[in-house]
Design a protein around this ligand. Structure first.
Ligand SMILES: Cc1cc2nc3c(=O)[nH]c(=O)nc-3n(C[C@H](O)[C@H](O)[C@H](O)COP(=O)(O)OP(=O)(O)OC[C@H]3O[C@@H](n4cnc5c(N)ncnc54)[C@H](O)[C@@H]3O)c2cc1C
Length: 412
């Protein structure tokens, strides 16, 4: 008989998990607590390790229709504006890692996965329903779902996937651990029409449209890149500072004055980019960043009939631009594990966790380290800039990351 998977959460991770499980021949019931599927507007970068998976899922054309294909990553000093290093993307990445490096609006990535999940007969999506508690008796999982006027309806499946994000209830019940840690870093994010950054002094008009630009400064960095076929530009400025009080609401209308103050001393080219947002009539939104220490073993990703995926399992700082990517890699591994019909379900989930935890932990760890390098001050900053000027692309390329993961390339 067809196995039934319950999923808590319909973000990028939950939808990727639903699609993957359906591809493995499971019947999926996904519960999303929000009344409508939506992703707050901002961009994500997807390395070739993630794009390879989307291509395998038959989404290459749909991805190409909405994403941007930046041709390089340019690293600049936020204080002097000087170029420090360049990593070619485009054909170089395609050739080296079998897929391009893309940048995409989160809503477009979410919409792409939603369309694919909806088109699959094995997926049922339930909106406005929150998955609250579960019990696992070894042969089935029973969970309580609330919402849409129901006071708590029991549902049953062969397994449960917690893809309910940073503040995951599934995780809290499964592992009984402490809340995520507050990083002390804040992300200001904005989306502007391409024209808003055209012809700004110090920003080569030809280039910025087609590249990821990364500015490194003491205790801060900024990144901007095109999304939605290049029609929009996504800007993120990450600074160190105290988080606002009500962390769980996560996304706050940002106080741009705080951002302007944080950029004091930065070069005029970067200041122009930031002022370009207000000049275009667009606003900033503020995310206090939280994460968890790296995973310590497979038992933190799956126990019995319950598994975790994406931010519920391994929330990370965005300094390697891989949080959504790791959720999609998790889903691809889950597809393989769930398809192993000869194994009992707990063994399939155990296998999923065994094959995922070390890579996810490495990415969590490297993301923290990258943040320290990006925000370096004093002599460490001098050494970093020297190394970047000297080694350039060699330092920026990440073969273990882009060539590894599910369906790793030979030798990666
Ligand atoms: C500033 C910033 C920049 C980033 N840049 C990148 C990048 O460039 N590349 C990249 O790959 N990643 C990036 N990320 C990370 C990425 O956004 C996240 O890792 C990813 O979106 C996590 O997806 P998720 O589905 O696991 O969790 P979420 O997106 O949090 O989704 C969880 C879903 O579960 C629902 N939910 C919660 N509780 C329940 C419940 N009890 N029952 C039912 N539903 C529930 C929520 O409503 C939500 O829809 C960035 C993050 C930040 C903050």
């Amino acid at each position: 008989m067809q196995k039934q998977l319950l999923i808590a959460g319909g973000g990028i991770g939950g939808l990727a998990g639903a699609l993957a499980a359906a591809r493995a021949g499971w019947q999926v019931r996904l519960y999303e607590r929000a009344a409508a599927f939506s992703e707050v507007g901002a961009g994500v970068q997807l390395g070739p390790n993630v794009v390879r998976i989307l291509h395998d899922w038959g989404l290459a054309q749909a991805l190409q229709a909405v994403a941007a294909l930046p041709q390089r990553i340019q690293v600049r000093c936020a204080l002097s504006g000087r170029e420090l290093a360049v990593l070619p993307l485009g054909a170089t990445m395609q050739q080296r890692y079998g897929a391009p490096y893309v940048t995409i609006h989160r809503a477009d990535l979410h919409g792409l996965l939603l369309g694919a999940a909806r088109a699959h007969s094995g997926v049922d999506l339930h909106l406005g329903q929150s998955l609250e508690r579960f019990s696992d008796d070894g042969s089935a999982v029973t969970a309580t779902v609330t919402g849409c006027g129901s006071a708590g309806k029991p549902i049953e499946g062969d397994a449960l996937l917690g893809a309910d994000g940073l503040w995951s209830r599934t995780r809290a019940q499964l592992l009984g651990d402490v809340p995520p840690r507050v990083s002390g870093h804040l992300a200001y994010r904005a989306l502007v029409p391409r024209e808003a950054l055209a012809d700004l002094p110090g920003l080569a008009g030809r280039d910025y449209v087609n590249q990821v630009t990364l500015w490194l400064g003491p205790r801060l960095h900024a990144v901007h890149y095109p999304v939605r076929r290049g029609e929009l530009h996504n800007l993120v400025v990450l600074v160190e500072g105290p988080a606002p009080q009500d962390l769980e609401s996560w996304d706050h209308a940002a106080n741009a004055a705080g951002l302007v103050a944080a950029l004091h001393g930065c070069c005029s080219a970067l200041q122009h980019v930031v002022h370009g947002v207000a000049a275009a009539g667009c606003g900033w939104r503020l995310w206090p960043l939280c994460d968890r220490p790296p995973l310590r073993g497979p038992q933190e990703m799956a126990r019995g009939l319950v598994a975790l995926l994406g931010d519920a399992a391994h929330p990370m700082r965005p300094y390697l631009a891989q949080g959504a990517g790791m959720a999609i890699e998790d889903a691809a591994e889950l597809e393989r594990a769930l398809a192993m019909d000869a194994l009992e379900v707990p063994l399939r989930l155990r296998r999923y966790a065994l094959n995922r935890w070390q890579r996810a932990a490495r990415v969590q760890e490297r993301a923290v380290r990258n943040g320290q390098i990006f925000h370096a001050r004093g002599p460490v900053r001098w050494a970093r800039d020297g190394a970047l000027r000297w080694l350039g692309a060699q330092l920026l390329d990440q073969p273990w990351l882009y060539g590894g993961g599910v369906g790793a390339l030979r030798g990666a």
